[in-house]
Design a protein around this ligand. Structure first.
Ligand code: ATP
Ligand code: MG
Length: 443
């Protein structure tokens, strides 16, 4: 049998902790107790092999805030909330926030055992499924390349893992430089086809005849197999798919239909039309479109995921700084605001360029990030997005970046970071948990 699931009991009252813990231990559970949510969070990470039982009223972080934090780091974590007798609205609110269930005080021990049993079973299933998915994805490395903690990026990673396991053809679209090609590679790398070929072709780079020949005929004289053959069992990635002529589209459709289901060769079509306000639906023949777009991934533009901008900038700047053997530029409040407000029409690719130039500029000791961004936009207008972001988003993105940078500089020394940012330990811990920053990553 798999390792026993743990039960973390969080309650500021010692008597309560002890009685719950004794009772559950008697029922054969492996328990650990914490007097505060903050302490519990130090132990309970996203893959915690167990479930949580928490009181609501506690000094410091209360049970509801704790629940919220746990849900944001791992939404599959069963959390049982202990509410005061008759506290219905609180119980309702907890359930709405994703609690597994609630127990009313004074609680019925049998009901608690029963709940604990169900919660741990559910947890085990969720963790097993997760581990299986990770095993299947030898593509862990390429997934690591997909930087960004915004909900949109989280969803993208989930989608890639899910669709990676599926067999159907996929259409990837999004603005230029948003990571479509990277996503296509990742989709292949995390799936069962990872050990098979990944063949990529730029559909816009060839004239009609040449394209048809490349795809379906190959070049016997040169000993070249057709691309559909080369990609057999793996993935055929068609970049700029809408550039295919109607004839080639027709032949592609025949190829897809002849393959039957499940498809031996998966087609990942990448479409670049978004920024022209057109869709691949307009450019492809409808029957082909529907075959290709059975599953669809749309990469969000950078300006819609403000949280990621500073993180991406910092990472790229650090990489370039290492490459050029110099310091990466300091990003102050003003620079951060400017980075967040820039429109980024070239998306991540543009951000990479800007971070490289910022590093070079910093090495020369001249220029500012603001001037770089100004030079980027064709207008003399200050760079501003049309889509306003709530103040909270700026503040949080900035706070995350500062803590991340400071942790990095101090190689994970909590004391040094507390000192530099004038933060008490508890606040620092809370903020790190909130932003998904882990000390172990900086050591
Ligand atoms: N989330 C991300 N994290 C880290 N790097 C990223 C991310 N998204 C994109 N990149 C990087 O940004 C650059 C542009 O990405 P990519 O080439 O995949 O975009 P694209 O959408 O295919 O662009 P195009 O429309 O020009 O084909 C690449 O260097 C890629 O590695
Ligand atoms: Mg591309």
């Amino acid at each position: 049998m798999a390792k026993a699931m743990k039960i973390a009991i969080v309650d500021d009252e010692m008597d309560m902790r002890q009685s719950i813990s004794q009772w559950l231990a008697l029922s054969g559970f492996d328990t650990e107790s914490f007097a505060t949510a903050e302490e519990a969070l130090k132990r309970i990470g996203p893959d915690y092999p167990g479930v949580v039982i928490s009181d609501v009223r506690m000094p410091g972080m209360d049970g509801m805030a704790f629940l919220k934090r746990l849900m944001s780091q791992d939404s599959a974590m069963p959390v049982i909330i202990i509410t005061g007798h008759g506290d219905v609205p609180m119980a309702v609110e907890a359930m709405r926030m994703g609690a597994f269930d609630f127990l009313e005080k004074p609680f019925n021990p049998d009901k608690m055992t029963e709940l604990a049993k169900r919660a741990t079973q559910k947890r085990r299933l969720a963790l097993d499924a997760r581990a299986l998915r990770r095993d299947l994805s030898g593509g862990a490395q390429i997934m690591d390349k997909l930087i960004g903690a915004s909900p949109a990026m989280e969803r993208l990673r989930e989608d890639i893992l899910d669709l990676g396991q599926a067999d159907g053809h996929v259409l990837i679209d999004g603005e230029t430089g948003t990571g479509k090609t990277l996503a296509a590679h990742a989709l292949h790398a995390v799936g069962a086809r990872a050990s098979k070929p990944f063949v990529l072709v730029q559909c816009g780079a060839y004239a009609e005849e040449e394209m048809a020949a490349k795809l379906f005929e190959g070049d016997p004289d040169a000993g070249l197999l057709p691309l559909v053959e080369q990609a057999r069992g793996g993935t055929l990635c068609l970049e700029d798919v809408e550039a295919l002529s109607p004839n080639v589209q027709a032949r592609l459709l025949t190829f897809i239909n002849d393959q039957g289901a499940p498809a031996e060769t998966r087609i990942v079509a990448v479409s670049n039309l978004q920024e022209q306000g057109k869709t691949s639906e307009d450019a492809l023949r409808p029957d082909l479109f529907y075959r290709l777009a059975a599953m669809r991934i749309t990469l969000p533009p950078l300006r819609q995921r403000g949280e990621d901008i500073l993180q991406l900038f910092t990472r790229f700047a650090e990489q370039f700084a290492e490459e050029y053997g110099c310091e990466s530029p300091e990003v102050g409040a003003q620079e951060a605001a400017q980075l967040l407000q820039a429109p980024w029409p070239g998306n991540v690719r543009q951000l990479i360029n800007v971070s490289e130039r910022a590093v070079l500029q910093n090495r020369r000791g001249s220029g500012t990030i603001a001037s770089l961004l100004m030079a980027e936009s064709d207008t003399i207008e200050p760079v501003m997005t049309t889509e306003g972001k709530p103040l909270k988003e700026y503040v949080e993105a900035f706070e995350r970046m500062l803590i991340d940078n400071t942790m990095r500089r101090h190689k994970g020394s909590i004391v040094a970071v507390m000192d530099e940012l004038c933060l008490p330990r508890r606040t620092l811990n809370e903020k790190m948990a909130k932003y998904g920053l882990q000390r172990s990553d900086y050591l």
